[in-house]
Write a protein that binds this ligand. Structure first.
Ligand code: RIB
Ligand code: CA
Length: 323
């Protein structure tokens, strides 16, 4: 089995926690490290949350790197649960993992250059505002040659936004960074709200996370505490776990389907953060992304639950490290 070398760029975040644990339990991916950005909450707290999650995973081979504390140009905005800051110790115990001294952008640049030299390009799973990635690409354009693809949870094309009526949060929080990434020439796979809203997790699913030992129980605590359901919007119980779709796509792409399109983002004015996809070639612009439009809800839910359960089966560290 060839293992995909990945960097997870995240702003933990409850759904980031699920994505990170899913990746750390999956031997199909080799997690080189977590580059952390401000987003759901302030950088100090996204770093603390990432360290807590890695600590629970037992994967002491994986490092956390602190990155950008705010967006490139626009004013700072945080997520819906900004007030929670760092995960309460009662929900996710504090561990002894600390962040690396190396800056996240430097880590991304170094990893991409090493990958290019080794002829084994890396995948970046972007599950927060894409500030770190944009900084790496702008400061060192050669970095693009070491990145195979960027799998980005972000944007809304046929769905309406949720942080504002017109924008998904990761893009809204740093639209200039998204524009840099979309224009970079690096292959982009986008997981928009259009698709993530199709897979809704309910309290019964969260209960099944508890088979995953301490890590699974922490996820149960987080998802049970921070309700993400919206019957008014979704018409049924449950809420999305947006970020985990990026990892699930890497592990089992057959659960997803999509189409190529030229994708862009509004970076100024009232609708800043609005994203559009030219699915029908109206702009005569070559596609710059694959937009994932559909997901097998049952398959994705079962895969996430199964991977979280691995934390309750002992010996994870060896298996997930491809041992
Ligand atoms: O819009 C959902 C995205 O915004 C997720 O990545 C969530 O963690 C927040 O970052
Ligand atoms: Ca996130």
């Amino acid at each position: 089995m060839t293992r995909e070398k990945i960097i997870i760029d995240a702003d933990p975040g409850v759904d980031d926690a699920a994505a990170i644990l899913m990746a750390l339990a999956s031997p199909e991916v080799d997690v080189l490290g977590l580059s952390i950005v401000a987003g759901n909450v302030a950088l100090r707290d996204t770093v603390l949350n990432a360290c807590k999650i890695v600590g629970l995973s037992g994967r002491r081979d994986v490092s956390v790197y602190a990155g950008a504390a705010g967006p490139l140009v626009r004013d700072q905005v945080y997520g819906k649960y900004a007030r929670i800051g760092a995960f309460d110790d009662a929900l996710v115990r504090a561990g002894d993992i600390g962040a690396s001294e190396e800056h996240a952008v430097h880590f991304i640049v170094r990893s991409a250059r090493e990958a290019a030299k080794a002829g084994e390009k890396i995948t970046i799973c972007a599950i927060g505002p894409m500030t770190n990635i944009a900084l790496a690409l702008v400061q060192h354009p050669d970095v693009a040659s070491g990145i195979r693809q960027i799998v980005s949870m972000g944007g809304a094309f046929t769905a309406l936004g949720h942080r504002t009526p017109w924008a998904e949060f990761n893009i809204y929080a740093d639209p200039h960074a998204a524009e840099i990434v979309y224009r970079s020439g690096v292959p982009i796979i986008i997981m928009p709200l259009d698709m993530t809203f199709q897979a809704l997790f309910t309290s019964e699913h969260f209960e099944r996370f508890r088979a995953g030992g301490e890590a699974g129980n922490a996820l149960f605590n987080l998802f049970s505490t921070f309700d993400r359901s919206d019957v008014g919007r979704f018409g049924r119980p449950g809420g999305p776990i947006h970020d985990a779709t990026t990892i699930a796509w890497l592990i089992r792409p057959q659960l997803f389907s999509g189409r190529e399109a030229f994708v862009g983002v509004q970076v100024t004015g009232l609708t800043m953060g609005y994203t559009y996809a030219d699915f029908y070639g109206k702009m005569d612009r070559a596609p710059n992304a694959t937009v994932i439009t559909d997901v097998d809800e049952d398959g994705f839910i079962a895969l996430l639950i199964e991977r979280i359960a691995r934390f309750g089966q002992g010996g994870l560290g060896v298996a997930a490290q491809g041992g």
